[in-house]
Design a protein around this ligand. Structure first.
Ligand code: MN
Length: 286
């Protein structure tokens, strides 16, 4: 069994009126702790009234990593300066490779701004190793029905985003061999997973309550595992939704400054210069 070494509670803040739990990094859990998983923000649930301003994430750059955004409720319009415009609804996922540099916005649809509704979404940043930091930027928008929902047969469902499970394959071909899913479990459901000890496990309970390798884990809690053992057993004691993935650590230095994640301070300075001098491509007006 993989040992549970930490149950981590996020820190609450608001970003432009948006309820946000900062999971990684936050006091007690550094950005380096779960290499290659760098950053996780959990937004909502939060009801926006009619005629609202929507999400506050207008045009901004990124470089050196990938963002995976899980839209549990509400919607999210991604627009970037390579030309993608993509409105993803509840149950969908946005997977963006920032690579050598991209400018994008992440905002609500006009319909959501007019009608209002519930927002519930999470954004995870996954590092790219040095050999991929200059890769071309890319974006994949997945609606709920693009993601295989694997029935685990016991009131549990695994929505597979990348990698393989029980003969099914997720729609994203990860550059780094990342395996990523969301796990939805009804109270009473249980499942046993096997993850190679060389892989870092990412396991975050966004709602509900589960027992994980014998530890009771409530909502909005990240489970950090040790590096030995391969078995992870999950038993839901309440209906639960979990982000569950694993990946190979980069083993490289992490220098993260705002929207850029590189290996050295010099590379960060160069990234700002490249962005300011227009080498991330044309600006985005909204
Ligand atoms: Mn962004």
């Amino acid at each position: 069994m993989r040992t549970v070494v930490q149950l981590h509670k996020p820190m609450y803040t608001e970003i432009g009126g948006l309820s946000t739990w900062e999971v990684i990094p936050s006091p007690g859990l550094e950005m380096e702790a779960l290499d290659p998983f760098l950053f996780l923000n959990d937004h909502g649930p939060q009801v926006y009234p009619p005629n609202n301003e929507g999400l506050p994430f207008g045009p901004h750059p990124h470089k050196g990593f990938e963002t995976i955004t899980f839209i549990l409720d509400g919607d999210l319009v991604h627009r970037d300066n390579t030309g993608y415009v993509s409105a993803i609804k509840a149950g969908g996922v946005q997977w963006m490779t920032a690579g050598k540099g991209i400018i994008h916005s992440e905002i609500s649809s006009d319909e959501f701004k007019q009608k209002g509704g519930n927002i519930e979404m999470l954004q995870l940043w996954v590092n790219l190793p040095k050999r991929l930091k200059e890769t071309d930027p890319g974006y994949i928008g997945l609606q709920a029905n693009d993601i295989p929902a694997i029935d685990l047969g016991v009131g549990a469902k695994l929505n597979l985003i990348s990698g393989e499970y029980q003969g099914s394959k997720g729609p994203v071909n990860s550059l780094t061999g990342l395996w990523m899913s969301t796990l939805e479990m009804k109270a009473g459901a249980g499942q046993r997973f096997e993850v190679d000890p060389s892989r870092q496990v990412f396991f975050y309970v966004t709602k509900g309550q589960v027992m994980v390798n014998g530890e009771k884990v409530g909502g909005k809690t990240l489970v950090r595992f040790g590096t030995e053992g391969s078995i992870i057993t999950v038993n839901a004691t309440e209906d639960a939704v979990i982000l569950f993935g694993h990946g190979s650590p980069t083993g490289e230095p992490i220098v993260a400054r705002g929207p850029f994640v590189m290996n050295t301070e010099e590379e960060i300075r160069q990234a700002w210069k490249d962005y300011q001098q227009g080498r991330f491509g044309k600006p985005l007006d909204h």
